[in-house]
Design a protein around this ligand. Structure first.
Ligand code: MN
Ligand code: MN
Length: 469
């Protein structure tokens, strides 16, 4: 059959217009198979490491298996050497020394391993109406009404009076008890239903039900609370005062699952931002002979603004790069100024249930690959680094050359709201940085959804960024 000759307009369109390729072109059977395989590892990570501390443990164990050793400032390193730096068991840096070292700057992929959750208050335990509860203070941007009437598990550490660190994890393994925040029944929820959605459940109502049986049968007050303390003391050797020196977090005790008849998606707690941390980890492990030194930073505290000494507003990444510079007789600030970074974080995936919050010409969509976000921020680009045209151009060329599926995305309509990532703290060090990551549905909900193809594309993007000169 003869092909119809193209019109002048069609030819010009081909030359000048940016037409998005149909998503089925990139999603070949072979690529989908690779994505599915890659995501089995990711699902295991999701199920094993639900908090920043558990992520650091997982990452270091995997890194050591792959030849990474603790970073030692007194040593000298050669190309291909692999090191890691554990920051207070809550953040971790991994690096592979490049053939050129850091003389032309380092290549960094930074993501975060903390997720929105409910933290226990310093004095959390109380008894009310013969039931025992924990008081919480939520961590990060949550929609409070989503966190009631779902199973929760407790993770973290408690430091006893003599300084012993006691690790706690209850509610994940089969047979272990879970915890829950109760909600009103609809029959009596008439007044509550009149509250605006943001106040449907209030912060001080996020109290966790943890017990209801009294200690023995002696008469006395607060025997349910006493019974809980007795159980905790028998199991962990802790007392009520030890809650003051503790970091205990409640997270959804929901299983990681494939979503959809076609198993194309993954449902889980805390994709944001483990869905980028895992690709960043795999990329630094698999990129064995980089030209420039490559660094994966897995940071804490992003969800509350990156403050604190394990967040990226702290100097630990800067100090690490300065140490690498000094080892090569270079000035830290010169190396920092030549470095480049992907701030690997998620973006809001277009949701056809709520189309009005997105600009359809500038939002990211499911299954179209890793999303580059030039700027985040809110109300007139406030609180963002806004990557330069030059650096976005460079990343675009790397991804196109390696045939990585990617798309561009904005965080919602101009006046709709917004958010931020670690990019601006990295930009403060005079490093070129742009956000790149996975589109997420129901972001910050107890159960978020991502596409396997997008997770794999983000891994490929991180890897190719590292592998490029
Ligand atoms: Mn994030
Ligand atoms: Mn977030």
């Amino acid at each position: 059959m003869m092909e119809k000759e193209k019109t002048q307009a069609e030819l010009l369109k081909e030359k000048l217009c940016f037409e998005k390729e149909h998503f089925s072109v990139a999603m070949t059977e072979e690529e989908c198979k690779k994505a599915d395989e890659f995501c089995e590892g990711y699902k295991d990570f999701l199920a094993t490491a639900k908090t920043e501390r558990e992520c650091v443990e997982y990452v270091i164990e995997k890194a050591e298996k792959n030849g990474f050793v603790p970073f030692d400032t007194k040593k000298t390193y050669k190309a291909g050497d692999r090191v890691y730096l554990n920051n207070r068991n809550k953040a971790v840096i991994l690096a592979v020394m490049g053939k050129k070292g850091v003389s032309e700057g380092a290549k960094i992929v930074a993501s975060h391993i903390d997720s929105p959750r409910l933290d226990l208050k310093p004095t959390p335990l109380y008894e009310e109406s013969e039931m025992a509860y924990f008081k919480t203070h939520y961590y990060g941007g949550i929609r409070k009404y989503q966190w009631v009437a779902i199973p929760l598990s407790l993770h973290g550490v408690m430091l006893t009076a003599d300084g012993e660190s006691v690790k706690i994890s209850i509610g994940e393994k089969e047979g272990e008890p879970k915890f829950v925040i109760t909600d009103l029944l609809p029959h009596l929820g008439k007044e509550q239903a009149k509250r605006p959605l943001s106040e449907g459940i209030k912060g001080e109502e996020l109290n966790i039900l943890i017990g209801s049986r009294p200690f023995k049968s002696d008469a006395g007050s607060e025997l349910v609370k006493l019974n809980i303390l007795n159980i905790l003391n028998e199991k962990y050797g802790v007392t009520e005062k030890d809650f003051i020196s503790a970091e205990l977090e409640l997270v959804p005790a929901l299983p990681v699952s494939d979503i959809g008849f076609d198993r194309s998606m993954i449902g889980a707690y805390g994709h944001d931002d483990r869905v980028c941390a895992y690709p960043a980890l795999e990329a630094v492990i698999n990129c064995t002979e980089p030209e420039r030194t490559i660094i994966t930073v897995l940071a804490d505290k992003e969800e509350i603004g990156s403050d604190g000494n394990t967040g990226l507003n702290s100097a630990y990444m800067k100090y690490f790069i300065e140490d690498l510079a000094e080892m090569e007789g270079l000035k830290g600030r010169h190396v920092l100024s030549k470095s480049e970074c992907l701030s690997a974080d998620v973006n809001a995936c277009f949701d056809p249930n709520f189309p009005s919050v997105h600009d359809k010409y500038n939002c990211c969509t499911l299954n179209h690959g890793a999303v580059i976000t030039k700027y985040t921020g809110s109300r007139g680009k406030s609180g963002t680094s806004d990557a330069s045209a030059e650096f976005v151009g460079k990343v675009r060329r790397i991804l196109d050359k390696a045939n990585v599926s990617w798309q561009i995305g904005e965080l919602g309509k101009v006046d709709e709201g917004g958010g931020g990532t670690v990019a601006m703290y990295i930009a403060n060090l005079n490093i070129d940085v742009v956000d790149l990551g996975v589109p997420v549905l129901s972001m910050h909900a107890p159960y978020e959804v991502v596409s396997k193809f997008d997770v794999y594309s983000t891994y490929r993007a991180c890897y190719e960024f590292y592998a490029a000169e």
